[in-house]
Design a protein around this ligand. Structure first.
Ligand SMILES: NC(=O)c1ccc[n+]([C@@H]2O[C@H](COP(=O)([O-])OP(=O)(O)OC[C@H]3O[C@@H](n4cnc5c(N)ncnc54)[C@H](O)[C@@H]3O)[C@@H](O)[C@H]2O)c1
Ligand SMILES: O=c1ccn([C@@H]2O[C@H](COP(=O)(O)OP(=O)(O)O[C@H]3OC[C@@H](O)[C@H](O)[C@H]3O)[C@@H](O)[C@H]2O)c(=O)[nH]1
Length: 345
């Protein structure tokens, strides 16, 4: 099978993929597609589940340990005959019969992934190993949600998939960024050694409704602060940049990657780049012009710039984001207002 290596050359594996379930070969009965979403009670996972459930030929199983996710995000699917929710930690083996695995389980907000770094790296390494073992046993295709953090504090800008990164292996973010790098390594080793069908998405900063109000990431912090009339906390120097992708665009990219022919890794993100001061000014202008902006101390190893090169996603997936930051922020504001009980004046 042909694979796209990050440095551009075609890597091949002589291993055929493990046989999928005999259900897929049934002559008389087209069985539903059985899809596992790990971390499906989280922010991106629950939006992905909503989209997958729209297709009546999909049966969706979510496994989640509810560390950062919540049942509330999946409320509308509980008791649906094509939906199942399992409380499970991916660091433990899992035995289910599925055809596709979207492997998202991992805390994504820096304050949560740094809270118990040993657990975070176990989730990335042992969790991914367990999901690959499952994919191998049942012949499922598996998609990993990797991250732009694999590029570390990038010295090349914007970042193409060929960039190998500038990552501190012993810093406070390493449990997450090095953890995801090992997860990518495991994906390719299982692909080359066992023929597993893999897909790797390198997700750039994503925002939207359902982010935890106290998630700690910058967009949710600024929106919650603006609505509560608290100063927006811009971490110094404020000139650091990020590129923000609206969650429905992200879900569309993940589905295309899973259904397409490319292993990746493929960057999925919105190339619109903003400094954190620009983001604060935009939130202030759109949500609460009276709010103050305060400069506060930053945390170690904060990447100074980040912007995806999405040429590969455009070419191989026919994907590019549709929702600009100015159009996405008000959609998130609406959701935060209803959850915080603050109506528009
Ligand atoms: N949102 C982003 O900007 C972004 C950027 C890059 C990569 N990603 C990746 O996308 C995925 C989803 O991110 P998100 O923003 O939805 O985060 P999130 O924290 O909202 O969701 C993660 C989910 O995984 C669950 N989880 C964590 N550890 C687990 C474990 N050991 N076993 C089972 N479940 C576990 C959590 O309870 C939660 O429901 C993550 O893999 C993350 O690394 C997200
Ligand atoms: O209140 C805040 C929070 C954060 N920030 C700044 O905003 C920037 C973005 O910080 P976030 O915590 O939202 O997210 P980061 O970009 O650091 O990490 C993210 O990157 C990609 C994903 O894998 C993860 O979802 C997440 O780790 C940083 O420069 C940070 O210093 C603020 O200025 N104020």
């Amino acid at each position: 099978m042909a694979t796209d290596s990050p440095n551009g050359e075609q890597q091949t594996t002589s291993k055929p993929p493990p046989l999928p379930s005999p259900l897929r070969f049934s002559k008389f009965f087209q069985a539903n597609m059985r899809i596992l979403v790990t971390g499906g009670a989280g922010f991106i996972g629950s939006h992905l589940v909503d989209k997958l459930m729209q297709n009546e030929k999909n049966e969706v199983t979510v496994v989640d340990n509810f560390f950062t996710g919540s049942k509330d995000n999946l409320r509308k699917w509980i008791d649906h005959p094509r939906f199942e929710l399992i409380r499970h930690d991916v660091t433990q083996p899992l035995f289910v019969e599925v055809d596709q695995i979207y492997h998202l389980a991992c805390p994504a907000s820096p304050i949560f992934y740094k809270y118990n770094p040993v657990k975070t790296i176990k989730t990335n390494v042992i969790g991914t190993l367990n999901m690959l073992g499952l994919a191998k046993r049942v012949g499922a295709r598996i998609l990993l949600t990797s991250t732009s953090e694999v590029y570390g504090d990038p010295l090349i800008h914007p970042q193409p998939e060929t960039y190998l990164g500038n990552v501190n292996p012993i810093g406070v973010r390493s449990c997450y960024d090095e953890g995801k790098r090992v997860a990518e390594t495991l994906m390719f080793d299982y692909h080359r050694q066992h023929g597993i069908e893999i897909r790797i998405a390198r997700i750039f900063n994503t925002y939207g409704p359902r982010m935890n109000i106290d998630d700690g990431r910058v967009v949710s912090n600024f929106i919650a602060q603006a609505l509560r009339g608290e100063p927006l906390t811009v971490q110094k120097p404020g000139s650091q940049t990020r590129s923000f992708c609206y969650v429905t665009d992200m879900v569309d990219g993940l589905l295309r990657l899973m259904e397409g022919r490319s292993t990746g890794p493929i960057n999925i993100g919105n190339p619109g780049e903003f400094t954190m001061l620009e983001l604060a000014e935009t939130v202030k202008e759109l949500i609460n012009p009276k709010v103050q902006i305060n400069m506060v101390d930053n945390t170690p190893d904060d990447p100074r710039q980040r912007k995806p090169d999405i040429a590969k996603a455009k070419e191989l997936l026919g994907w590019e984001p549709q929702v600009t930051l100015r159009n996405g922020l008000p959609l998130m504001e609406e959701d935060f207002r209803s959850r915080l009980g603050i109506s528009k004046a």
